[in-house]
Write a protein that binds this ligand. Structure first.
Ligand SMILES: Nc1ncnc2c1ncn2[C@@H]1O[C@H](COP(=O)(O)OP(=O)(O)O)[C@@H](O)[C@H]1O
Ligand SMILES: [Mg+2]
Length: 477
């Protein structure tokens, strides 16, 4: 159910619920205590009155009991009470009525019933009770004994309506409530602001994600990325989003430039083909020229088909379609097998070829044809870019991985170029100007190795100083 609300509403709700429950509870506790204190005070007041009057009353009461008439008693009582809100009753120790105000809280009989306050007063204590008086008003009844020389002559009962005390309590409740209200409004304001600070960045994140989905790959969100102490989860989310956006932007850029590069690489040979065909069509060429043009056409076609097959291999690797079931291969014999043709090729070019490999090597779980594709590319490059000296292939076993080094004494490259060698279509100027190639071989090597958890590095002391390519291929013992 809560899921239908926005984060902002949820935070707001949590806040308000907490604050409301808290303040209402506190209000009730405080109010109850105030109410109790007020009522106690009211009762205490009446009790003090009763004690005081009873103390002054005892002598005239004694006189009355001795038969001297109740006039004095009546006078005393009316003196005490001009206030017509309080009624009184004086009874003797048998609860017989002696003096009282009109409208008292008892039935008009001679004798009072055993009301709770009288029962308590009989034990020489102050008795009190709250109940409806005869006029229907809720009233406080206080009874005290009237003592004379340690004898209980009778009881004085004061009756006062609870209404003024209750009005007091009422007023206090209102006061309490009215001070809580502004605080509550303040809290609502603060929670509105706070929930905003949480939901606004999330909203921004959402908008950026939508923008990116529409193709604006350069979309980024402002973050506190520089602040290492930032523990704001939403901000961390934003930073992750930015990172993702950057990766996607790079990927899209790479893909776009790949396509345009591929188109460009295909256009040049196509153009050459057209020019050669046009020249041949002319019919004005000598036989020698014709032969040269046909040779060139053949070369361009070979180049184009190489380019297209390399592109297909790369596309399959990118798609994950080139993954083959892991088969365990005998590494030593596989390497010997692959090297055979390259040994011949090197010899033909007048290069020495050296193979250093231990007699036994751990088995690899890379398919033979993929290992061949990788080594063919590296050895092919080594022989292509070397004119004198030697090619060396050395294999060694390291903990958890096989290290295969392909060294040559060829044209080499500088450190700036080294960083780009594995980029698709990249070729150094030296390579571009004098050697056939597509610039895709090393990209294929890198992408293919990655599938098997391996990687490749390129090193050179500099131009003309030879090159070293190192393959790291993991094996499981
Ligand atoms: N053994 C090497 N010695 C010097 N440069 C090399 C060597 N191997 C690769 N390169 C450089 O790396 C570039 C990319 O290699 P690669 O992807 O195999 O493309 P290609 O061989 O088709 O040019 C080459 O064009 C060349 O500039
Ligand atoms: Mg190559």
């Amino acid at each position: 159910m809560l899921k239908r609300f926005t984060i902002r509403q949820r935070v707001l709700l949590t806040f308000l619920a907490t604050v409301l429950i808290g303040s209402v509870l506190q209000l009730i506790i405080a109010g109850r205590q105030l109410q109790l204190a007020t009522l106690e005070f009211y009762q205490h007041h009446l009790e003090t009155d009763a004690l005081m009057i009873a103390a002054t009353l005892n002598e005239s009461f004694e006189h009355y009991l001795e038969g001297e008439g109740g006039g004095e008693l009546q006078r005393l009582m009316t003196n005490f009470y001009h206030d017509n809100r309080t009624d009184y009753v004086v009874v003797d120790h048998n609860y017989r009525l002696i003096s009282f105000t009109i409208g008292i809280g008892y039935d008009g009989t001679d004798r009072l019933p055993k009301t709770p306050e009288l029962v308590t007063a009989e034990t020489n204590q102050i008795g009190s009770d709250i109940r409806q008086a005869r006029n229907g008003e809720e009233s406080l009844f206080v009874a005290v004994p009237i003592l004379y020389e340690r004898r209980t002559l009778g009881y004085l009962i004061l009756i006062r309506p609870m209404e003024p005390a209750q009005a007091d309590v009422h007023r206090q409740w209102i006061q309490l409530g009215s001070t809580t209200l502004p605080v509550l409004f303040l809290v609502i304001g603060v929670s509105l602001w706070l929930s905003g600070t949480i939901s606004r960045p999330v909203q921004r994140l959402r908008n950026s994600a939508l923008k990116m989905a529409e193709g604006a790959f350069d979309t980024r969100i402002e973050t506190h990325a520089g602040d290492a102490n930032s523990q704001d989860e939403v901000d961390q989310l934003a930073q992750s989003f930015n990172y993702m956006a950057e990766q996607i932007e790079n990927l899209v850029k790479a893909q776009r430039s790949f396509v345009s590069n591929a188109a460009h690489e295909l256009r040049t040979p196509l153009m050459t083909l057209r020019l050669r065909f046009e020249a041949l069509e002319d019919g004005t060429l000598t036989d020698l020229e014709q032969k040269r043009y046909f040779d060139e056409i053949q070369q361009e076609i070979t180049h184009m088909s190489e380019l297209v097959s390399s592109l297909l291999v790369l596309a399959r690797i990118d798609d994950g379609r080139l993954v083959e079931d892991a088969v365990v291969i005998d590494t030593t014999s596989a390497i010997h097998d692959i090297v055979r043709q390259w040994r011949i090729a090197a010899k033909r070019k007048g290069l020495a070829f050296e193979l250093n490999t231990p007699d036994s090597l751990p088995d690899l779980t890379i398919p033979v044809n993929h290992l061949r594709l990788v080594l063919d590319n590296l050895l092919g490059n080594a022989i292509k870019y070397t004119h004198e000296g030697k090619i060396r292939l050395s294999v060694s076993q390291e903990p958890g991985q096989l290290l295969i080094r392909v060294e040559d004494s060829g044209i080499g490259f500088d450190s700036v170029q080294a960083e780009q060698l594995f980029n698709r279509f990249y070729r150094t100027e030296d390579a571009r100007s004098s050697y056939e190639g597509t610039g895709l071989g090393l990209s294929i090597v890198e992408a293919l190795l990655k599938q098997y958890g391996g990687h490749v590095t390129a090193k050179s002391e500099g131009k003309t100083k030879g090159a070293v390519f190192e393959l790291h291929i993991p094996y499981t013992a």
